[in-house]
Design a protein around this ligand. Sequence first.
Ligand SMILES: Cc1ncc(COP(=O)(O)O)c(C=O)c1O
Length: 384
Amino acid sequence: MPNIYFDHASTTPLHPDVLAVMVDIYQGPPGNPSSTHSFGRTAKRHLTQARDRIARIVGCHPSELMFTSGGTESDNTALRGTLDALRHAGKRHIITSSAEHHAVLHMANRLEEEGYEVTLLEPDEDGIISPGKVRGALREDTAIISLMYVNNEVGTIQPIEEIGAAAKEAGVLFHVDGVQALGSIHLNLSELPVDLMSFTAHKINGPQGIGALYIGKSVPFQPQILGGSQESKRRAGTENAAAAAGFAKAVELANEHFEQKGRHMSLLRETFIQGLEAELGSSAIAINGHKERTLPHIINISLLGADTETLLMNLDMEGIAASSGSACTSGSLERSHVLKAMSLPPERLNSAVRFSFGLGNTLEEIEYAVKKIATILNRIRIKV
Ligand SMILES: Cc1ncc(COP(=O)(O)O)c(C=O)c1O
């Protein structure tokens, strides 16, 4: 049986060049980047170079990047760190959306319990948050807007520049969860109207357990992890220099293969959709998310008349790994909060599967999957 991995929006295979960089450092001498002896200085050099290399590609100053443990920590810290810093400014209002990752939503819930007011904007049926809605939600006491660049469940790309312009005009901070954008959208943070952006390495063939938070130079920020003076006193704890070097390598590889990857992903997407339409008929499927403003490698598709869990189980039995949405919601029978927020009708909500492509996926795998999906559907679908 084949082993086909179509869940790259959840996590990605480690690129062999990334692994090589990390193994090299792990096999080398020990070193704490904070130690002043030569061992420490070598570790520090790995860390500094990693920060410089990532900063060059995302277009910011290295000092504006703080390494974290990943996207969740970056999202949590972006909100907490800025709100704590603005505590005495009387700013108690947060704007976000109901289609965010739980790393933002659950933190927003917590903040609400602590007395902050949260406006949850609803996306339209394509998953877009309109800049007009954001403008309409702004208040005198709004501290921060937090929205994702690319939705991890449907691939929809948000109008970040327009929303950022509205935030700037209002003097409100703008945090963007850029976890799914990194490596798939060219970023130039020095020009984007964004104050904070979250990243993680494991979505771009880097290691799990490391990410970064971009914190613009003049952005008020209060450290959340206290201890030593690491990360310019913004996040205490011995840094993982090998993982940082692996992260930098992954960012560079994504940058180098940007166009080529985009073309390959678009080809896989087109072949997949056309294949399903040919096998099942176009009225039997519905693509969830925006048709144009989307990343090609994420396809959320409703296979009408089937049930998500049954589909995923049957796909798994055929050696195809896909997902019902974000990793934290799958495994439970909960329907995707993103698709619910997009107000999709129940027949689309209950039959949605996310396929996400990446490194190593081939046209042959797509063709195999299309055939298997058709066979599975014939077997399980309630005739509609
Ligand atoms: C948009 C988005 N934000 C945040 C996260 C969390 O990132 P991490 O798994 O690195 O904590 C994810 C991962 O699923 C994501 O897709």
